[in-house]
Every structure is written in structure tokens, then in C-alpha cells.
Design a protein around this ligand. Structure first.
Ligand SMILES: [Zn+2]
Length: 227
């Protein structure tokens, strides 16, 4: 997790990418308590572009096009941001239901409805997917990237669909940290990663446990000392 905006003061600007896949990192542009959104790091369309560049979802040339287009059409930028936030909610639902299933069949309503919603988005995104020959190889690419402000969603949707429909889905986890809710693909060797990162939620939890141990030891001593 990122901590509150105030606590991030002094840290280098930018998003922390710990999800292992862009679609999970996209969910991590907010902090969550269950389904409740606590902190939204996508404050405006510019922050969405910034995230997309950092996550490798769009390149610098496309980002330049998006920025100048967003300056010209604030309404389209607002609509694109609202749509991206809606997509993030869908992915949050899908990955959380996936993580909770622990590899069992995911028949929960939340999973079914979010995958259905993602499928609808995928149909739209695939209208822009193309295949071309390049230097003796076939290559996928997105047609019209940068021509409309919601194009940032296409690679996110494509990536999410691949994660959910592959073995990676069995390794999707939700951080055990309080009020974090970040998701990641657990690719640790033992498959026991519990935190989005050891530096934030992991160390905070360790500090809590340490404090609780010290407190119970003190209380133990006090009760032993009392007659
Ligand atoms: Zn966390």
C-alpha cells in the first residue's frame, strides 16, 4: 500500500508497481477496505496517464497525444477517467473473488458478475486489436492508440483477461495489511507472500505483532507480580 497522501511526502513521485501484472497494479491505484475505496490515487486524467506510462501500458509518444487531447477536451478526459475508475472496480471485484477462492472453483456471484462485465469490456477493446507482420514475425498491436482518451483501458483489459483465464489466477492474492487491499500475483518460491510489500504492510504488521507481544509479556509480569 501507499500510505495516506500526507505520509508519502518526501518519497519519490510515482506509483508503486508491486502487482506483477499491469491489471493488478491498476487495481492498486486505490487503497481498499473490502469493497470500500479508501484512497484514490487517480485524482485526474493526468494521473491516469502518468500511471499508464510508468506501468508500460502506453509509451511516451502515445502519452503526449493523450495529454494534448485531454487539454483540448476536458469532458472527454472526465468521461475517460470515470470509465477507468469503473473498470478498476470491476477488476477489484474479479481479483478479490479470485483470491478468496484459493484455487477452488470460483462460483461466487461477485466473480461471475465482474468477469461478465470484463467480458463486455473485452469485446469493445478487441475491436482495436490487430495482428501485423514485422521483420518476419507476427505482432499484436492496438490500432488507434492515442486517438481517444479511453484507449488506456484496452491493454489493461487484455492483460486482466489473460491473468484471469490462466494458471496465474490461482496465485492472485490480496495483501493482508489493514486498509490496503492491494492485489498481486504471488510468484514467490514458496507461494506464501502475504504482503504487497515487506517495507510497508509487512513491517507495519511486524511492528503491531511486536507491540502486542511486548504488551502481553508486560501484562503477564504484572499479573504474576500481583498477590
Ligand atoms: Zn499492503
Amino acid at each position: 500500500m501507499t500510505g495516506s497522501p500526507a505520509s508519502r511526502k518526501g518519497e519519490p513521485p510515482g506509483f508503486r508497481l508491486i502487482g506483477g501484472e499491469p491489471s493488478l497494479d491498476f487495481v492498486n491505484t486505490a487503497e481498499w477496505n473490502g469493497d470500500e475505496l479508501l484512497v484514490d490515487l487517480l485524482s485526474d486524467y493526468e494521473s491516469l496517464v502518468k500511471w499508464a506510462v510508468q506501468a508500460g501500458v502506453v509509451d511516451a509518444r502515445v502519452a503526449r497525444k493523450l495529454r494534448s487531447r485531454a487539454r483540448l477536451d476536458r469532458d472527454e478526459a472526465d468521461r475517460a477517467l470515470a470509465s477507468a475508475r469503473e473498470l478498476r472496480g470491476i477488476l477489484h471485484g474479479a481479483f478479490n473473488a479470485t483470491a478468496r477462492a484459493h484455487g477452488r472453483a470460483r462460483i461466487r456471484d461477485a466473480f461471475n458478475s465482474s468477469v461478465t462485465a470484463l467480458g463486455g469490456r473485452l469485446s469493445d477493446a478487441l475491436q482495436h486489436r490487430r495482428l501485423a507482420a514485422e521483420r518476419g514475425r507476427a505482432r499484436f498491436y492496438w490500432s488507434g492508440m492515442g486517438d481517444r482518451l479511453d484507449c488506456i483501458e484496452w491493454p489493461i483489459i487484455w492483460n486482466a483477461a489473460h491473468v484471469l483465464a490462466s494458471d496465474s489466477a490461482d496465485s492472485v492474492r490480496v495483501c493482508a495489511g489493514k486498509d490496503c487491499g492491494w492485489v498481486y500475483v504471488d510468484r514467490s518460491r514458496n507461494g506464501l507472500r502475504r504482503w504487497c510489500s515487506m517495507e510497508t504492510c509487512g513491517s507495519r504488521e511486524k511492528a503491531h505483532r511486536h507491540y502486542a507481544r511486548v504488551k502481553s509479556r508486560k501484562q503477564g509480569r504484572l499479573s504474576q507480580a500481583s498477590p
